[in-house]
Design a binder for this molecule. Structure first.
Ligand SMILES: [Zn+2]
Ligand SMILES: [Zn+2]
Length: 404
C-alpha cells in the first residue's frame, strides 16, 4: 500500500464504489436474463431452425460464451428453489456467478440455510465448499438420480436389429460386464465428438461414431470393402441401401451431398463393372474448405471436427463442387438442413456472407436493437463485504424444516 499516495487511495475508493454499483446493476440485469430464460424454457420457443439447445439459443441471441449461457440456463432451470437468493440477485447483492454454484450443488431444502454464507463468500470459496459439502442424502435437489440397480444376468449378449416403420431399431441385452464394455466404448466415442467441439453429442451419436471407426479400421481393405454401406442410385434420383427399402429423399440428398460414390455400370439391368470409389468432394477441396471455415458455419455452432461438406447448389442439379459453393457443416446441422429445418444462402467466401433462415423464413441471428435503453432498475443495494477468511470445516448447513 506504500506506493499509493492520497490521490491513489482516493482513486481506489472511487473506483471501488463504482465497481460496486456496476456489479449490482449487472446482477439485476442477469436476474432479468434468468427470468427471460425461465419463460423461454416454459414455452420451448428456443427450439427449431437448427438451434440445438436453450443454451445455444442464448449464446446466439446475447453473444455470451457457451459456459456463461450454460450458467444462466442452470439457474433458470432451478427458478423457485432459492427464493431469497433469487430476490437478492434481483436487488443486486448476490451475483449470478454465486447463484450458479448454488444452483449446481445445493438441494432446495437447504435454500434458507446457505443464504447468508452465499452472500458473504466469494465465488472461489463457494466452489471450494459447496460441491464437497455432504448435504443430507435423500433431500431433493440437483443430485442425479442413482442408476437403476443392476440385476446380474449371467448369459450371452443378445442383439436384435432391423427396420421398423422406416427407422433402424437396435436392441442390445447383455450381462452387466459386457454391457459396461459397450457403454464405455460408446461414451468414449461421444467424448471424442465432444472434444471435437460438439457439446450436444448424444450417446446415439457416439454409437454411430463407434461403428464408423470400426469399419474404417477393418483390415484388409477387401474386407472393409465388403462391409461398406452401399447406396444405390438410379438415373431418376431414387436410391436404396444394401438391397433394402428405398431411402427417404431427404436422406438421399444428404448422402449424395457429401459421401462416397462408386459407379456401377450395368448392361441389360445387370451390373457388369464397378468403378473406383470416389468421394464426392475431393480431399484437396475438402481441406481448403475446412481451412477457410474453421468449423461448422451454422451461427453459434462450436463444432470444429468431423465436419461434412455441403453443396449450396446440389451437384445433381448442376451445382459445382468447388470452394465457392461448398461450406462446412457439422453432421447434425447438415442432417437438419436436409430435413428442411433451415435454409442457407449467400457467399461462403465472406466470413459473414451466409444467411441462415428457419422454416418460417426468419433469420437465425442475433437481433441487435437500433437503440438500447439504459436499465430501468432502481439503484442496486450496496455490495456486501465478501471473502472473509473462513474455517470451512466448521460450516454447517441445515435443511429447512418442512412446514407445509
Ligand atoms: Zn448437404
Ligand atoms: Zn453445426
Amino acid at each position: 500500500m506504500d506506493s499509493l499516495g492520497d490521490a491513489g487511495a482516493d482513486a481506489w475508493e472511487v473506483a471501488s464504489r463504482r465497481a460496486g454499483v456496476i456489479a449490482g446493476q449487472a446482477a439485476q440485469l442477469n436476474a432479468d436474463l434468468v427470468d427471460l430464460m425461465v419463460e423461454v424454457l416454459e414455452t420451448n420457443c428456443w427450439s427449431g431452425g437448427g438451434i440445438r439447445s436453450p443454451e445455444h439459443w442464448l449464446q446466439l441471441m446475447t453473444a455470451v460464451s457457451p459456459s456463461h449461457a450454460a450458467d444462466i440456463v442452470a439457474v433458470a432451470r432451478r427458478k423457485g428453489d432459492f427464493p431469497e437468493l433469487e430476490a437478492r440477485l434481483a436487488r443486486g447483492t448476490v451475483s449470478l456467478d454465486q447463484l450458479v454454484v448454488v444452483a449446481r450443488h445445493v438441494p432446495a431444502a437447504y435454500a434458507e440455510s446457505v443464504t447468508e454464507f452465499v452472500q458473504a463468500a466469494t465465488v472461489s470459496q463457494l466452489r471450494r465448499v459447496l460441491p464437497k459439502y455432504l448435504f443430507e442424502p435423500g433431500t431433493p435437489g440437483p443430485v442425479e438420480d442413482p442408476p437403476d440397480p443392476v440385476v446380474p444376468v449371467d448369459d450371452a449378449p443378445k442383439l436384435q436389429m432391423g427396420l421398423r416403420g422406416g427407422r433402424f431399431v437396435l436392441r442390445f441385452d447383455a450381462n452387466p460386464l459386457d454391457g459396461a464394455l459397450v457403454e464405455q466404448a460408446i461414451r468414449e466415442a461421444k467424448d471424442a465428438l465432444f472434444t471435437a467441439g460438439d457439446p450436444d453429442a448424444t450417446l446415439a451419436d457416439g454409437m454411430v461414431e463407434c461403428a464408423s471407426r470400426s469399419l474404417h479400421q477393418a483390415a484388409p481393405a477387401s474386407r472393409r470393402e465388403h462391409y461398406r454401406v452401399l447406396v444405390h442410385l438410379d438415373a431418376d434420383g431414387n436410391g436404396w441401401i444394401n438391397k433394402r427399402g428405398a431411402l427417404p429423399s431427404r436422406l438421399m440428398r444428404k448422402l449424395t451431398c457429401d459421401g462416397t460414390l462408386k459407379p456401377v455400370w450395368t448392361k441389360d439391368a445387370k451390373p457388369v463393372s464397378v468403378g473406383r470409389s470416389m468421394r464426392i468432394v475431393p480431399e484437396r477441396t475438402r481441406r481448403l474448405i475446412e481451412d477457410r471455415d474453421g468449423g461448422c458455419r451454422f451461427p453459434g455452432c462450436t463444432v470444429t471436427g468431423f465436419l461434412e461438406n455441403h453443396h449450396l447448389f446440389h451437384w445433381s442439379e448442376g451445382g459445382a463442387t468447388d470452394i465457392d459453393t461448398l461450406i462446412s457443416l457439422c453432421s447434425r446441422h447438415h442432417r437438419e438442413h436436409h430435413q428442411g429445418e433451415f435454409s442457407i444462402e449467400g457467399d461462403p467466401g465472406i466470413p459473414a456472407g451466409l444467411r441462415f433462415t428457419d422454416r418460417h423464413g426468419l433469420p437465425i441471428e442475433r437481433d441487435i436493437p437500433d437503440e438500447i435503453p439504459p436499465p430501468d432498475h432502481p439503484p442496486p443495494e450496496k455490495q456486501p463485504v465478501r471473502g472473509w477468511i473462513m474455517e470451512t470445516t466448521s460450516i454447517n448447513f441445515r435443511p429447512t424444516p418442512d412446514t407445509g
